[in-house]
Design a protein around this ligand. Structure first.
Ligand code: TXA
Ligand code: MG
Length: 328
């Protein structure tokens, strides 16, 4: 049985023994194990059901510690670290010699992040271990943003879950690849491209990431089990009516309060403000809340396609990518 844990010393003890602990981060919960212990890292892959070639992010207590995990530390890494760590940013750098192949999926680069969540920072300092941690969900599912989500995800497993409340950012870290000549974003997140470009003093490469390197780049990642559509207002209204006529129950994620009372809607997750940060914070929790047997399909009122909304648009695209074909 997965269980809640509030004792940091016990969490340290488990990690030092090579056991896994689910930990809160400011982005999403992570499934953490000692990054220097190959058995622990293998356990992460097994528990998640994740293919071995998908690398893990290493979480560290400070930028100084992060230096030791990269083969060299470019000036641009230092500038980004000073601007955004501790925080929701992962840097991809050529790996140091000692970094285990199981962590990097055999690649020559490693993903590094100094997280901001106070409980995890305290754990990293007390434990004196680097923690490899993917998001604490089964491979391909929606990332967890509360301890309860993690318990539900791994209910039958013997897994300790450190409860740090709900994750304030709500989507995974921005991943910046610094291993090639021109930096590029592999996964959009709370730290935006414009902010990164401002710090770097040059523009990022637009080149797209190749799918196998980034698990999150698979089309149907982060998907709920129910079919899921993102629709502009007019189409949304038509689809809600159609669903009602077909006696299909709709779970709705929306901003417009007027949509609330429409017949056929079985459950709603209102987003209180039309702001990307608010969408980011609520999106995964909303998808999880609506992904239950009383709901036949999930409809989402399309948020703006504007600068600053990249992370929301990216996760929505992935959440809906598994919904193939037309309206049933
Ligand atoms: O916010 C986050 O980043 C969360 C929290 C727990 O820190 N972690 C997270 O981990 O989202 P995960 O494993 O679900 O996603 C990590 C992504 C994957 O898409 C992986 O392929 C990519 O980072 N990644 C890790 N190391 C990499 C590397 N060396 N090169 C390219 N991509 C890498
Ligand atoms: Mg993930």
């Amino acid at each position: 049985m997965a269980y809640l844990l509030n004792d940091l010393d016990h969490a340290c003890h488990l990690l030092r023994q090579g056991a896994l602990v689910a930990v809160p981060t400011e982005t999403v919960y992570g499934l953490a194990g000692d990054a220097n212990n190959p058995e622990a890292v293998r356990r992460i892959f097994a528990l998640k059901g994740r293919p071995a070639e998908h690398p893990l992010i290493v979480h560290l207590a400070s930028t100084e510690v992060a230096h030791r995990w990269a083969r060299h530390w470019p000036e641009e890494a230092e500038r980004l670290a000073q601007a955004f760590w501790p925080g929701p940013m992962t840097l991809i750098l050529p790996k140091a010699e000692h970094v285990l192949d199981v962590v990097t999926g055999g690649q020559d680069t490693v993903g590094l992040r100094v997280p901001a969540h106070p409980l995890l920072r305290e754990l990293l300092e007390r434990c004196q271990r680097a923690l490899a941690a993917p998001s604490a969900n089964r491979f391909g599912r929606v990332s967890p943003t509360t301890a309860a989500h993690v318990l539900a995800e791994f209910a039958a497993e013997d897994l300790a879950v450190l409860d740090g409340g709900s994750c304030p950012v709500g989507v995974e870290s921005t991943i910046i690849d610094l291993s090639t000549t021109r930096p590029r974003i592999l996964r959009p997140g709370r730290i935006r491209a414009v902010e990164i470009e401002r710090v770097l003093g040059r523009s990022l490469s637009e080149e797209r990431a190749d799918a196998p390197r980034v698990a999150g780049a698979l089309a149907s990642h982060y998907a709920p089990e129910r079919p899921c559509w993102v629709l502009d207002r007019q189409e949304l209204l038509a689809r809600i009516e159609a669903a009602h006529a077909q006696r299909r129950s709709v779970g709705l994620i929306h901003v417009d309060p007027e949509l609330n009372g429409m017949p056929g809607i079985a459950a709603t997750c209102p987003i209180p403000f039309q702001q990307p940060e608010v969408w980011e914070e609520r999106l995964y929790a909303s998808l999880r809340e609506l992904d239950h047997p009383g709901i036949d399909l999930i409809l989402i009122e399309a948020p703006p396609r504007l600068p600053g909304w990249e992370a929301v648009q990216d996760r929505l695209q992935r959440a809906t990518a598994a919904t193939r074909g037309d309206w049933p």
